[in-house]
Design a protein around this ligand. Structure first.
Ligand SMILES: [Zn+2]
Length: 389
């Protein structure tokens, strides 16, 4: 099986080729060239100058289309979310849990394991546990009733059911530094999130290998000129991989400009942090971890207190947002939507680039609107949306 994608405007980290021919064979990219492609092809897809970018990788999202990763009564939740993510051009994602009871986390892992046996849409290699080991003073929209102290044994019980690839937790809590080391020893990315840490309280976890920040700026200590907090840490320490929600709501445009101007692009990971209301119309009301949330004016906020609860962002729209806000070239920006995440997960040699030898996980985007017109998943052509190619 050999596929030719012709008239592709290829954008990959550090690479931009107009009118490229991309040859896909056995699920992998065989060649990317501006020259005529030679060989026999079973399928030829003319994308007519549309962008062909690495399939997006979202390491932080809770739900879509009315489903949440933590829904105990919906074994189909992960598959429904995976289908919605594929429509955003997202080919790999980490289903992300909330601060909930241990048995709920086990059920989410069970549902993921079932999806992994028969993955029909975006790939879901493992869970991201957001909490329950967070700072109760920085819950945001997480339910403080379920907060507990960092415990690698609880994580490993869940990992017996389905892989756990990332844990967001507050490093200042008792045992926080040791927890970072224990995660790394088990191949899990420890991430600093929902945290009230000072820089000094954070450093022991950093010295133990922690290099990731959960939704940078949101639910972490702010920058003050006598205590720079976790926001200051993100600007001071280059090699922290900072997740950024690029919906222009969680961070204002000036903050997005500041982050993309001052932080190295190779250490920024765009996330959606999307909730079950993503892909649904305004006015949708729902409960999250026992708390009431309302989607109004595109913003999902707690009914009580008004905290932002997460986003309705799509990965393709996030890419357009940061291009519009920062004006940076797409061949530079494109690494924050896939390749950085792939490197963080230890998959940087196979995922996140439109280059020879990489897995043919690709998104085809309209060059003006960034709407997703098609996806290639392991080289399989999947038309998407109303303007499908
Ligand atoms: Zn989240």
């Amino acid at each position: 099986m050999q596929t030719l994608i012709k008239n592709a405007h290829v954008i990959s980290p550090g690479v931009e080729i107009k009118k490229a021919n991309v040859v896909v064979s056995k699920g992998k990219i065989k060649s990317v060239t501006a020259e005529p492609a030679e060989g026999r092809f079973d399928t030829v897809v003319d994308v007519k100058g549309k962008y062909v970018v690495p399939g997006f990788i979202d390491v932080h999202l809770h739900g879509a289309c009315g489903y949440d990763v933590c829904d105990e009564d919906s074994p189909e939740a992960i598959e429904k979310i995976a289908e919605a993510k594929l429509a955003e051009g997202c080919t790999t994602f980490l289903p992300t849990t909330l601060t909930v009871a241990h048995k709920t986390l086990l059920t989410a892992a069970k549902h993921l394991a079932a999806y992994q046996r028969n993955p029909r849409f975006a790939k879901a290699p493992g869970l991201h546990l957001e909490g329950p080991f967070i700072n109760p003073a920085c819950c945001g929209a997480q339910n403080p009733a379920f907060v507990r102290k960092p415990d690698i044994r609880e994580v490993m019980k869940i990992a017996k059911v389905a892989p756990v690839l990332q844990v967001s937790y507050a490093p200042e809590t008792k045992g926080g530094a040791e927890f970072a080391a224990a995660c790394i020893a088990n191949g899990i990315v420890p991430s600093c999130g929902h945290t009230g840490a000072t820089l000094a309280q954070f450093m022991p976890a950093y010295e133990n290998g922690l290099r990731h920040m959960t939704h940078f700026c949101n639910q972490m200590t702010k920058l003050h000129h006598r205590e720079i907090g976790m926001v200051g840490a993100g600007f001071l320490i280059d090699d922290l991989d900072t997740e950024v929600i690029c919906d222009r709501i969680h961070l204002c445009d000036d903050m997005l400009r500041l982050v993309f101007a001052k932080r190295p692009l190779e250490h920024i990971q765009m996330i959606t942090d999307s909730l079950r209301c993503s892909h649904l119309p305004d006015g949708y009301a729902f409960e999250m971890g026992g708390l009431k949330v309302l989607l109004k004016g595109g913003e999902a906020r707690l009914v009580e207190g008004g905290n932002l609860a997460g986003s309705t962002l799509w990965m393709n729209k996030g890419l357009k947002n940061i291009r519009d806000v920062t004006g940076l070239p797409l061949k530079d920006l494109i690494r924050v939507t896939s390749w950085n995440q792939a490197i963080g997960l230890g998959l940087g040699k196979t995922l996140g680039k439109v280059e020879k030898g990489y897995v043919a996980d690709l998104a085809v985007l309209d060059a003006k609107t960034f709407d997703v017109c098609a996806v290639f998943l392991d080289g399989e052509f999947r038309p998407q949306g109303k303007d499908a190619v």
